[in-house]
Each structure stands twice: as C-alpha cells, then as structure tokens.
Design a protein around this ligand. Structure first.
Ligand SMILES: [Zn+2]
Length: 261
C-alpha cells in the first residue's frame, strides 16, 4: 500500500498568491482533487490523505504533523507561484539526495510534458513542509498567477485536468503504482473546440472522467478558436468504454474508438 499525503497549498483565510482575478488556494485545491480522484478511481493499493478537502487553512505544522503521524510514504505539496516570473518549477529540501531527487526528476519531467509553460528547473529550498516532513517530499509550483499567460492556463479546466494527471503519472512511475485493470480511453478524434467544450461537461455530469485535448499548439496569449481541432477523451473501465463507443457512434461521431490506456 502506497500512502500519499497530498497538500493543496494555502486555503481558508490564506488565499496564497492572487492575480488575474484568481486565487492560489482555489487552483491548488482543483489540481489536488484531480490527483486524489484519479488515484482513487484508476489505481490499486494507493491511499491518499489530504491536508484539506475544502476551503480551510491548516497551519504548516498541522500539515507536516499529520503526515508524520500517519506514516505517509510521500508528501506532495501543490502550489502556484507569483512574483513576476513565468513557468513551472519544483522544490526538494537542500542536499536531500536520493531517493527524493529521483522522485523529483520523474514527476517534474512528467509535468513538463503537458503543462505548456517554461521549465524553470528542479530546485531546492528550505521550506517548512520539505524540512519538517519525515518522508520524501516535493513541492510543485505550476505557473505564476500574476502572469496573464500562466493565469489563462489556470482558468482552463482541461489544463487543471492535464496538470493533475501528470502529477499522477509521475507518481505512478516514481513509485511503480499499479493500475486497476484494465483502464480504457474512449476517443473521438475529430472534433472542433466548440464540440469538445460542449461534450466535456455533459459527460462529467454523468460522472465520467472526460477531457478535451487540443490537437494544435498554442502560442503565448493565443486562445482556441471555435473550429480548432480537438479530441474528446474519456477514461473508464472496459464495460463503460464499450457502451460509450456505441453511444457516440449512434450520436453520429463515426470515428469514435476505444483503446487500452
Ligand atoms: Zn503557495
């Protein structure tokens, strides 16, 4: 059993960084919920304890004390940056060495594959949660809330999904986590942005893990146009995947297919 202590930064009376009409505490909780839900629904032998699941503010000591008392295998703290920069960076305790730096390398690289932001590097810092946690620990800073480009990403639910799932992918590789078998993707490969935007909430409301995936790269400050190419991806078990492929084909999405994930 792998025990993850998951720490959405800030919360409650402490908004964390703010900018572009959003607050760090909300973004860190959204990303953390994707991580928690993905691990619970798609992986076996994983237990997740969160420092908070709502808009509350446990102190830093409460967070590390709880993780230490619980005997977590890994402490993952989710944050958003501010202060005039742009991009993604991750932190471990100074000179902590392996295996923590190995975990940092793997998780950092998985996040860089999808986050669509500059790489600010794998860094070290004497932060409370890194210093006072008794187990290997990592803190991620997924973009700068005071940068309009980075903040634009944070306002996109598909980006939140992708960044959360990349944290999970990194954990899977770092700790050799096992998937619940089998997991399938149902894919509609030939949608427009507006179609994906309409389908994602429809299937999320039915409890599915649905997301839109852009099929072109966007430059800084470039938003998707209505007719840009998009895919819809729904990750689920075999039985649901089979039924969804039939359902989508019946709805006229002829090119829908399922594949083992
Ligand atoms: Zn923070």
């Amino acid at each position: 059993m792998f025990k993850l202590f998951l720490d959405p930064g800030h919360g409650g009376s402490d908004p964390g960084a703010v900018g572009n009409e959003i607050q760090e505490k909300d973004i860190t909780l959204s990303i953390s919920k994707v991580i928690q839900e993905t691990l619970a629904s798609e992986y076996s032998d994983v237990e997740v304890k969160m420092s908070r699941t709502g808009d509350t503010f446990p102190s830093l000591s409460q967070r590390t004390n709880e993780a230490n008392k619980w005997g977590a295998d890994f402490f993952l703290s989710i944050h958003i940056n501010a202060g005039g920069g742009t991009g993604f960076e991750s932190f471990v305790y100074p000179n902590v060495g392996v295996p923590t730096t190995t975990y940092q390398n793997i998780i950092h690289d998985e996040i860089m594959k999808v986050i669509g932001l500059n790489n600010r590097g794998k860094r070290q810092s004497d932060l409370h949660i890194l210093r006072e946690s008794n187990m290997p620990s990592l803190l991620t800073e997924s973009g700068f809330i005071d940068n309009p480009f980075d903040a634009g990403k944070m306002k996109d639910p598909n980006w939140i999904q992708a960044v959360g799932r990349a944290h999970v992918k990194g954990l899977e590789r770092a700790f050799n986590l096992q998937r619940k078998n089998p997991v399938y993707d149902v894919i509609i490969p030939n949608l427009s942005f507006w179609q994906a935007r309409a389908l994602v909430p429809e299937y999320e409301q039915r409890g599915y893990n649905a997301r839109g995936v852009a099929l072109k790269n966007y430059g800084p400050n470039e938003a998707p146009s209505e007719n840009d190419p998009y895919q819809l991806v729904i990750t689920t078990d075999y039985e649901n995947a089979k039924n969804l492929v039939i359902e989508f084909k019946r709805r006229g999405y002829d090119r829908t297919y399922g594949q083992q994930n």
